[in-house]
Write a protein that binds this ligand. Sequence first.
Ligand code: ADP
Ligand code: ZN
Length: 215
Amino acid sequence: MRIVLLGAPGAGKGTVAKLLTDYDGSVQISTGDILRNAVKAKTELGKEAQGYMERGELVPDKLIMDIMEVRLREPDCTKGFILDGFPRTIPQAEELKKLLVKLNLKLDMVVDLDVPKDVILDRLTTRRTCSNPACQEIYNIKSKPPKPDGTCVKCGSPAVQRADETVEAITKRLETYNEKTAPLINFYRKEGLLKTISSLSSEEIVSQIKTAIKQ
Ligand code: ADP
Ligand code: ZN
């Protein structure tokens, strides 16, 4: 499948994307993960992106489009892709549309994960992420805790709070979402691609996506 996952930070895009990957072999493409890995590896891209990310601001569109053009041309994308955290702005969505025409590909669907704000806030402050770049398993100290010593159940690396998961950065990310990303809901509604899902369970969300994709 070729889909875009929309939704505020904490809406569950990453978790849903991973489940969909297991389902049909489509690759998960998370611009957030690509950028965090670049920051960790101290590449030029990482150095450019780091400040924006720590402040909870968006990285410039040009940088993101350069990453995505390269990524979508990689051979594994023929299996399908789940875009998680991209596009994030109207200009990115316009550019993606052109890029897909160029690559002769069509999106199947754009899924908006519609989650109430209090749930979002609670999830973001209790979230922990495996610090191993090859794993990045997502935990929640209440509902899906890491091991008692704070390490990842899958790989044993420390599960940590992200630098942009302080209350200030979270508030800023939510504002940025409302201002820059929420307008994409209407953009894709007009394109006839939008499917809104309001469930709070990732399993239920995935099953709704599977049903919609088969139709
Ligand atoms: P979340 O959805 O939880 O906010 P992500 O992991 O998707 O987190 O992104 C983390 C940060 O990476 C964002 O706050 C932003 O700075 C940057 N980023 C990720 N994707 C994009 C994008 N498509 N456009 C601009 N900035 C992005
Ligand atoms: Zn891990």
